[in-house]
Structure formats: C-alpha cells, structure tokens
Design a protein around this ligand. Structure first.
Ligand code: PMP
Length: 433
C-alpha cells in the first residue's frame, strides 16, 4: 500500500496543505500525518499498517467508537433505500424528537449538514428575530468558519496563531464584539454600552477549542439572564459538547439543574453519528422566523439527508446512561494517569475539565486556564514532543494543544492500558522540551 509519506506528498500537490481541514496537516506538531484507511471501536488503522488508540474520535462524532454495528447496520439499510430524495422523510422528525427529549427548551429544530451551517443560521435568525446587528462572542470560542465569528476563534486559528481570517471584511468584523471568557463584568459593560443593539451572545456551552476551559459556576446562567433582560438571545453552541459531556451536553450539567434554557442551541458532530448532519433548535417563537414560516431564509440540498439521519438516530438511540457512565469513568482514569505521568516527569501542567471532556495545558498550574489569554500563554511548545511520543507508542491524540481529548464507549481496558503505558515516556519528552 502507498505510505502516508507518499500520500501526503501527493496530497500537497492537490489540496492546500494537503488537507481538507487545516489541523489535519500537523502544522503545530510537525511530521507526516498518518493517512487513515480504516477504524474499528477505539482504534484507527493507517496506510502504513499501524494501529492507534484514537483519542480524537473524529473530533467528537464517534461517541460509540468507530464502525459501531448498530450505526453501520442503520446506514447500510438507509443506503439500500436510496441516498437522497430532496423531499421530507420520516427520519427527520424522529431525530428531532430524540434531541427534544434530551435538551430543555427545544420546541422546533432545523437539520443542516455542518456545525458551521448551524451557527451561521442561528446568528442570522437571531438578527432577523431581534432586528439588531451586533453579536457577542468570546475569545477562544470556535463556532465554525462563518465570517463573523472567526475573530479570536481558537481551534485551528489558535493552532496556527492567527488572530482571525483574511477575507473577512472590516464591516463584518465590526458587527462582532469579542469579549474575554469567564468575565461577567465584561458582559455587563458590553450590555451597558450596546445592550439595545446586541442580537445575541453565542458561546460554547463549555469551551473546548482553546483546549478545554471550565465555565465558572453560574456563568452560562448569567449569560441567559443578561440576554433575556436586554431582549437579545443566547445561542448555546453544543456542536462539540452536545450528547457528549452528558446525554444533554454541557447544558445537561448546568442549565438542566440550574433551571434555565437558551433561546437557541446548535448541534453537530455526535448528532450525525459520523455522517454530515447538524442542527439548530430552540424556542418555537424564534425558530418559526425561519422560512417557510418566517422572513429569515435558510435552505440545504442535502439537509436532513436520509443516510445521515439514520446514522444519527442509531447513535442517539444507543447513547444510554451506561455509555456516559463508561466515558465518564475512563475520562477520570485517563486524567489521573496523565496527571501522575506529568508529575513524575516534573512537568508543570493543569488538566482542564468540562464533564468528561478534558485537555492538558502546560506551565499553567498556578492559575489553570480560564480564558483565551491564559490558554495562549501556556508552554505550548511542550505539546509537540509529547504528542509524537504518544503517536510512536500507538496513541492518536489531537495534533494541537488547543483541542479536547475524546473518549468513546468502545475504549475498553486494553485500549486504556495502551494509553497508560505510553504516558510516562510522553511526559518525559514534554519535560525535556
Ligand atoms: N461549534 C463548535 C463548538 C465546534 O467545535 C465546531 C467544530 N469543531 C463547530 C461549531 C463547527 O462545526 P463544523 O466543523 O461541523 O462546521
């Protein structure tokens, strides 16, 4: 078989950077990215014959591990019925109902194909509904690659040290207020100044694109109360955390017990079971501003695609309490092993946690990481040697320190032990960086 090195060399002549999504190019960790040819359970298989325990899980979707039999069967059956009809199908409502059963305040949904489309539509809807222009986002939060939300956007922009994106007009950028995360005073000040012009605050339910950052207790509730008081909307981005941090995402660990719901949610990743499906949902009064009922336009040739719906339904139907209990337990065990290995190697770190999602930040033990400035101030250079030592030991981590680590319900003891065995050497590599 053609090696990853050869495939990457060819790909670089065919696609910018050889990739179709920037972080896959291994820009910040260096080296040749392994090209994957298959995946099963907790393992990825590359073109060079290597197996890896996967801690990326397709950046979230693979909640049940790769090629879960129930999802494979549902997809095969859907494929046999036809790939796309350009008309409504019974499964769209079924998937919508599964979401509504879990997340409070979802009275209407619209299916789209990517998380970016979901947040883009939510932002347009918020503007259309409120008749206001400004959007508040937080530095370090990523909501997809729509023009208006690329400023201080974390994720691949953090990896590549980009402040924002070229090609975004000054006029568009001026309609986004970027505030520091976990800073209620900054919110209060922004609303005091611009309150009647702010259409929405959009926030990751728990930020996972500057590494993981824990929302301080009551922070999301405060956002909900503040937006409501000023007649603007709260868009809770659950694209990454949804159906992962708990059965009802990070909202399930906060809003559900605190007694608040956002006006709009965005979903992606897990909801599509590994195929391109995403959604927005929320209050009927707001959602019904979407066409064909309302004046805010949105559409999609492949929206609600029947194969993707089948994958999503199968995944959510199998995402039981046991699945979350398993992932929570393995996540805690891995956080403990990671902490032990780094401590033993003399590396300064903090482990950043939001439910079962976590990441490591180097040189941050004094304060931890509560915002983007602290995330960017860490000793990020320690990650590349750590990452490569893990990769050489058969563990596939996110190729950037600014990303969360993902575990699936297929991560069994054998897979976890392979990770545990790899950690001490990787911690020593981080120490000597
Ligand atoms: N919102 C969040 C919180 C995300 O993490 C992502 C993707 N990582 C997106 C939106 C965009 O989703 P997509 O890549 O499917 O466009």
């Amino acid at each position: 078989m053609t090696s990853s090195a050869e495939l990457f060399a060819t790909a670089q002549k065919l696609m910018p950077g050889g990739v179709n999504s920037p972080v896959r190019a291994f820009g910040s960790v260096g080296g040749v990215p392994p090209f994957m040819v298959g995946a099963k359970g907790p393992y990825l298989h590359d073109a060079d014959g290597n197996d890896y325990v996967d801690l990326v899980c397709s950046w979230g979707p693979a909640l049940l591990g790769h090629a879960h039999p129930a999802i494979q069967d549902a997809v095969h059956a859907a494929v046999d019925r036809g790939l796309s009809f350009g008309a409504s199908t019974p499964d769209e409502g079924k998937l919508a109902q599964l979401v509504m059963d879990r997340f409070g305040g979802v009275e209407r949904m619209r299916m789209v194909s990517t998380g970016t489309e979901a947040t883009m539509t939510a932002v347009r809807l918020a503007r259309g509904y409120t008749g206001r222009d400004l959007i508040v986002k937080f530095a370090g939060c990523y909501h997809g690659h729509l023009d208006g939300l690329l400023a201080a956007a974390g994720s691949g922009l953090a990896t590549l040290s980009l402040p924002g994106s070229a090609g975004v007009t000054a006029a568009t950028a001026a309609e986004t207020l970027v505030l520091p995360y976990n800073d209620p005073e900054a919110i209060t000040a922004a609303f005091a100044r611009h309150g009647d012009k702010i259409a929405a605050v959009i926030t990751e339910s728990a930020p996972c694109n500057m590494g993981v950052v824990t929302p301080e207790a009551g922070f999301n509730k405060f956002l909900s109360e503040t937006t409501t008081a000023h007649g603007s909307l709260l868009i809770l981005d659950e694209v990454l955390t949804g159906f992962r941090a708990s059965d009802a995402g990070y909202w399930g660990l906060t809003g559900r017990t605190e007694g608040w719901v956002p006006d709009l949610y965005t979903f992606g990743k897990v909801i599509g079971g590994g195929l391109p499906a995403a959604a927005l949902g929320g209050r009927a009064e707001v959602m019904d501003y979407l066409a064909p009922l309302g004046p805010v336009y949105q559409a999609g040739t492949l929206s609600g695609n029947p194969v993707a719906m089948a994958a999503g339904i199968a995944q959510l139907s199998h995402a039981t309490d046991e699945v979350y209990a398993h992932i929570d337990e393995k996540s805690l065990a891995l956080q403990g092993a990671l902490a032990d290995a780094l401590t033993a190697a003399g590396v300064d770190y903090s482990i950043q946690v939001a439910g079962n999602l976590f990441s490591v930040a180097f040189g941050t033990s004094e304060h931890g990481v509560h915002n983007y400035a602290q995330a960017q101030g860490q000793e990020a250079y320690r990650y590349a040697p750590f990452f490569h030592q893990m990769l050489d030991s058969g563990v596939y981590l996110p190729p950037s320190v600014f990303e969360a680590w993902f575990i699936s319900s297929a991560h069994d003891d054998a897979a976890m032990n392979k990770i545990f065995d790899a950690l001490p050497g990787a911690a020593r590599a981080a120490a000597s960086a």
